[in-house]
Ligand binder design. Structure first.
Ligand SMILES: Cc1cc2nc3c(=O)[nH]c(=O)nc-3n(C[C@H](O)[C@H](O)[C@H](O)COP(=O)(O)O)c2cc1C
Length: 169
């Protein structure tokens, strides 16, 4: 049986979302898929992939421009293959406790691409995060790493199961 190829693309400013995308890629590779994990800005052509997972860090209630542009640029091809979206993320445990709806830009992308699902994962803001706003927030106790590897991996495995169950024999 042909191995399905999955693209995991991300929009990240400070690197936390890269870690989430890599965890998704690792989980799907363990499930037997070929995975490419790349910045959304570098995605020019998705037609070689059987499925696409696109995610972005949230800043002031918005997805990163690179992720939104990736969705726009590849809208037609994405609408013809299975797509899932993810966002990252609250710097508290809220994303582990309940579902967090996509921000308006991500919700629009969901609709336009007929995405099969969306999840908001916890984010990360630490003293290593660059930028004065981030550093100020951390200094005032608003930081921490709220990415939950188990939650991320379990979402990725669900996607893997769905793709496998729909693969023609
Ligand atoms: C200035 C600033 C604004 C942020 N705005 C939001 C927000 O609106 N919603 C949210 O859930 N998280 C917000 N965050 C948290 C980030 O989304 C989180 O730190 C994320 O993991 C960063 O990802 P990145 O390192 O890939 O850029 C904000 C963080 C900063 C520093």
């Amino acid at each position: 049986m042909k191995r399905q190829k999955i693209l995991v693309a991300y929009g990240s400013k400070h690197g936390a979302t890269v870690g989430i995308a890599e965890e998704i890629g690792r989980a799907l590779a363990e499930d037997g898929f070929d995975t490419d994990v790349v910045p959304a800005a570098d995605v020019q052509d998705v037609t070689q992939f059987d499925a696409v997972i696109l995610g972005s860090a949230l800043y002031a209630g918005h997805w990163q421009r690179s992720a939104l542009s990736c969705a726009d640029r590849n809208a037609e091809a994405l609408a013809h293959r299975p797509v899932w979206l993810f966002s990252s993320g609250p710097v508290d445990s809220s994303a582990e406790q309940h579902e967090i709806a996509p921000v308006p830009g991500a919700a629009e992308a969901m609709e336009g691409l007929h995405a099969r699902g969306h999840v908001t994962f916890g984010g990360s803001l630490t003293s290593e995060t660059s930028g004065w706003i981030a550093r100020t927030l951390v200094k005032h106790g608003k930081g921490g790493d709220f990415r939950n590897p188990e939650q991320i991996r379990s979402w990725a495995h669900e996607i893997g199961n769905e793709l496998r169950s729909q693969q023609p024999a």
